[in-house]
Design a protein around this ligand. Structure first.
Ligand code: HPA
Length: 278
């Protein structure tokens, strides 16, 4: 099955990814009637309902209508881009489509959503995901804030001699706001593996040894691109399962999706209450 219908501008290696993002943002403004967005959210597995809770949807655009986006390769991911009017009058761009690095389309396409969000004017980027937990106290369905990351993909969205500081990449200010909403929210270091295979127990032990608490396949590369674009980043993981070897039970994708569905109302409400305060 083809992963997309129309030619993708990223197929041209000479294309400027920031120009593609600018064109995408222009079309989002035209289709939504919203000239500038203030915040953006990427909703990963289990977080989809937040789009309905944070405000009033003013436009829903199929992601494949916007240059550079492709059809989601993952069941359970919604391929739409929404413009949502928040109760405080701000505009949120909700990206229900995410391209993962493991899809093999290159990092430019992985971070296109983030760069497009920045080009629409968003200064805050909320990145959510479903992930495996290393802390044994985290049962499936536990949300956790990302305090930092370790990028094990051996890739970067930055090209050439682009040196970007990643100290405080996951904004302390935004984490404080999240803690005001729910003081019990735990934090952890997110370790991004390439995937799409889940980690081996030995890899999970390595992640733990080097300081990781969460294992996943998405957010670190996106966070780096968000920082490059000058956005403040809030990262949140839904722990859908204990990571391989932490739990004696083998992982299955359908169980990961199921855990996401069960936790969805609670974590989406949590996210909506955080967004309300931004
Ligand atoms: N590892 C990596 N990614 C994941 C996991 C996991 O255990 N669970 C959900 N996404």
């Amino acid at each position: 099955m083809a992963s997309e219908d129309a030619p993708n501008p990223f197929d041209d290696p000479a294309a400027d990814p920031f120009e593609i993002a600018r064109v995408a943002a222009e079309l989002i403004a035209r289709r939504s009637g919203v000239e500038r967005h203030d915040i953006a959210l990427t909703l990963g597995s289990g977080w989809g309902r937040a789009a309905d809770l944070i405000g009033e949807t003013v436009a829903t655009i199929p992601a494949t209508d916007i240059p550079g986006f492709s059809r989601s390769a993952v069941p359970g991911h919604v391929g739409t881009i929404r413009s949502v009017l928040l109760p405080n009058g701000k505009h949120a761009l909700v990206l229900g489509a995410r391209t993962h690095y493991y899809e093999g389309h290159g990092v430019r396409r992985v971070v296109h959503g983030v760069r497009t969000a920045a080009a629409t004017g968003a200064s805050v980027m909320i990145l959510t995901n479903g992930a495996g937990g290393i802390k044994e106290t985290w049962g499936p369905g536990t949300p956790a804030l990302i305090s930092d990351h370790i990028n094990l993909t051996a890739a970067s969205p930055l090209e050439g001699a682009t040196f970007i500081d990643l100290t405080d990449l996951y904004s302390q200010r935004l984490r404080d706001i999240a803690h005001e909403v729910d003081a019990s929210l735990d934090e952890g270091v997110y370790v991004q593996f390439r995937g799409p295979h889940y980690e081996t127990p030995a890899e999970v032990q390595m992640a733990k040894t080097i300081g990781g608490h969460i294992v996943g396949m998405s957010t670190a590369l996106e966070a780096i691109a968000a920082r490059q674009s000058g956005m403040e980043v809030l990262g949140m993981s839904l722990i859908t399962n204990l990571a391989a070897g932490i739990s004696p039970i083998p992982l299955s994708h359908s169980e990961v999706i199921e855990a996401g569905k069960t936790a969805e109302p609670v974590i989406s409400d949590l996210l909506a209450r955080i967004v309300e305060r931004l």
